[in-house]
Write a protein of this length. Structure first.
Length: 467
DNA sequence: TTTTGAGTTGTTCGA
DNA sequence: GTCGAACAACTCAAA
């Protein structure tokens, strides 16, 4: 009787799982395995919120497996060594996994291949790296032509998706350790983990928000974004399912505006693929600027200002509200990510890598490819980056995307009674208005740590100096 | 090889 | 208040 190991990494689901599908085709029995890899768990790019989401996701998956007569085997140690042991213990003759492309994942899988017969099946991307290239075979480094090329391929449709198997037969006598962490109370977590929760979130998004996404996604004060990123991060949702569902929404959109919104959301999924491809083809972006000349940029890197940014005490309400939400919930609105990233790199002139690391430590959805791409875009150091003179003004961004200050007040209670016309620039309140609002600048809420106009000029010179 | 058109998300200034 | 231009040149992708 042949046994196949299904090694889970970023594909925590039973439906539309190409590695599970390949394992089922290969073997009569399947051994689903998660390996607690110390090299990842001890990384400075990992944070507690993402880990507890992962543990909850593993519990949910184990539950789904048990309903089908199987279970999740969890081991701790070096993946190559553990897989070799598991192979001996179970008599498996093949290991299947969904391909993953970060530089670490690539090196790890190379080592694993020397120990066990590892076969990759499917991808964390909708269209995997290598499938979308320029006519000369080189990878794209500009989004728009990449996107056009992506759309020229046949998109995944719901009929293409693999169904979850009804039964999975699993060898009984293989040792497992406990899934770490405690079962979280649902009210503690803004993102309930697991494939069922992921599918529910997708269904909710498809009911309405996707048809208003074009405008709704930019409003900080409403929940207009998909909030699917944590699920896509761990593969609790199949990215192909997300794309297929978006295609269906596009086809059934009621009007032009709704169709445009579905299209805009599809573009976000394509951005996700784009940055997966960039990291796979240009692994140096993990530690350097995509455009090397920006490694010479004269960052200020003031540690006190970095701390103020991290803790949400810069004196710019929209920045501080977003940073406090990040620490509290492990999530931030996409628009807010751009605002705080622009502020860190362009107003404080702090190295984008510091921000990238902080995001990875706190985001539930923290993903090496997307996070790196987003930071390099904001810093102007990346592929297809924002021009360096595009510097967000935190006051006008606040007014535009949080006009009534609802988002700001939710996270900065000290600004509760500040009138709307000062909610994004409270330091300009006259003394009696400050007293009336119970918000003395410099006491109840910090004065701005930099003057935006001066900071902007300083940054323009620093970027111009890079040749 | 050369040429051409284009390039996510913004801000500021002056008419 | 609104509008268009400037911001800066460079690189990419394809014809």
């Amino acid at each position: 009787m042949s046994v196949a190991i299904w090694w889970l990494r970023r594909d925590l689901r039973l439906d539309d799982n190409p590695a599970l599908g390949a394992a089922l085709n290969h073997g009569k029995q399947i051994l689903p395995v998660w390996i607690l890899d110390p090299a990842l768990l001890d990384s400075p790019y990992v944070g507690e919120k993402r880990l507890s989401f992962l543990w909850a996701g593993l519990r949910a998956l184990d539950h789904d497996l048990r309903e089908r007569g199987s279970r999740l085997v969890v081991r701790r140690g070096d993946p190559a060594t553990e897989l070799r042991r598991l192979q001996t213990e179970s008599g498996a003759d093949a290991v299947f996994a969904v391909e993953d492309y970060s530089p670490y994942a690539y090196r790890r899988d190379q080592r694993v291949r020397q120990m066990v017969p590892l076969q990759v099946a499917g991808s964390t991307a909708i269209h995997p790296p290598g499938t979308i290239t320029k006519q000369d075979g080189d990878p794209y480094v500009v989004y728009s032509p990449f996107m056009r090329s992506w759309k020229a391929l046949r998109p995944p449709e719901e009929e293409d998706l693999l169904p979850a198997p009804d039964k999975i037969e699993t060898p009984v006598d293989v040792a497992s350790v406990e899934i770490p962490g405690k079962p979280a109370r649902p009210e503690d977590n803004p993102f309930p983990a697991g494939p069922a929760a992921a599918r529910a979130r997708l269904a909710t998004f498809l009911e309405q928000d996707i048809y208003q996404y074009d405008t709704g996604r930019n409003q900080l004060d409403i929940a207009g974004t998909s909030r699917l990123s944590p699920y896509l991060r761990f593969g609790m949702l199949s990215p192909r399912r997300a794309a297929a569902a978006t295609g269906r929404a596009w086809a059934s959109a009621a009007d032009k505006q709704a169709r445009k919104s579905a299209e805009t959301f599809l573009n976000e999924l394509i951005w996700r693929d784009f940055y997966i491809h960039i990291l796979a083809h240009f692994p140096h972006v993990r530690s350097s600027s995509f455009r090397r000349k920006y490694d010479d940029l004269a960052w200020e890197n003031n540690e006190d200002q970095f701390t103020a940014w991290c803790t949400g005490e810069t004196g710019y309400p929209v920045v501080d509200a977003a940073m406090r939400q990040l620490r509290a919930q492990g999530w931030m609105h996409n628009r807010a990510r751009m605002i705080v990233a622009s502020f860190l790199t362009k107003d404080l002139l702090i190295d984008w890598r510091w921000g990238e690391r902080w995001f990875m430590q706190h985001l539930v959805d923290g993903d090496p490819a997307a996070n790196n791409g987003g930071w390099q875009w904001a810093a102007g150091t990346g592929t297809d980056a924002a021009p360096y003179f595009r510097i967000f003004n935190p006051v006008s961004q606040g007014r535009k995307h949080d006009p009534d200050g609802e988002f700001v007040r939710r996270w900065l209670p000290e600004l509760q009674a500040v009138p709307n016309n000062f909610i994004h620039n409270p330091w300009e309140m006259p003394a009696d208005t400050q007293a009336g609002a119970g918000c003395i600048i410099g006491e109840d809420y910090p004065a701005p740590i930099v003057d935006h106009r001066e900071a902007r000029e300083r940054t323009l010179s620093a970027y111009k100096a890079v040749v």
